[in-house]
Design a protein. Sequence first.
Length: 312
Amino acid sequence: MEGEPDSSDTIMALPSPPPTAKERSPKFDDLRSMMDMSSDTLRRRVGELTVSLSTTLDDNVMLFRWGCMATMVGCAYISIRSSGLLTRYTSLDALPVGTPVVARVLGQHPADPSTLFVYHSPWVRRVLLKETLPRGMDVSGFLSDKSSLLAVRPFGVDMQDEAKRWIYTDFVASKRYVTIELLYRPPPTAPSDSPVVEEPAKVVVGACSISTPKNVFFKEDMAEFAVARGIAVCRSEPEVDAVKSNMSHRSIRRLERRSRRLAARQEYAQAMRFGVWKNWTEAEMSQRLVSAGKRASNAAMQRIFGTWWRQY
């Protein structure tokens, strides 16, 4: 009929179905196979690189661990050797300056009671092997061989006659352990111009800080205790001026502080003796206590205000 549209014009274009395997071109198959091969190769390559990296890291970590272990062992060995736990000192030349070591008092010089002969044994031999006495010492305690002993004396003091019995009873007879620290190395003896005469070998004595354990945390210095008790007096050390050029500033400052402490102890001992004030002018005990309080407060004010307090 006229005026009606043709049916062929009204039919819409439908989507074409996907091509079948037969309709695929050989170029497409080749491209897909090449992509599969490249992905497999890439996956294999990544796996090989991962395994190689993991093996390298494991090897390097193992080397790092062994290196750290060797470094720790070396540091521990150096620390032990430098601390003196394995080193035995048999002469003052080998004894380091400023290093405290533990030794045992075995004898006393017959001419100078303040000079002690001590035997140093390392920590391992003293604690683990229980070696505390030299081999040349017999059962009776007689020192037949003093070649392995150190001759030391307290620095800056002269022991009085009252100190002989105290030193022998508290140190020599009980073979007491003491901590010694060499403060300075003795100067070498100058050769004399006199003709050669055979003289007995002179004992080289080292000026040391000698202390004993007072409690768990503190130690008691032998020289300061003797000066405070009045059985020793301070003295000058002429050897220090001869060796001061070879000493460090730290060692010199330590000697100066030690000399000041000894002088303060001696001044205290001159004002007090065995805990009792000397030269009391007051007759009654209450007046003595008041006078002691005035002295203490006056000394404290002078320390705080200095010369200004003395004027008023």
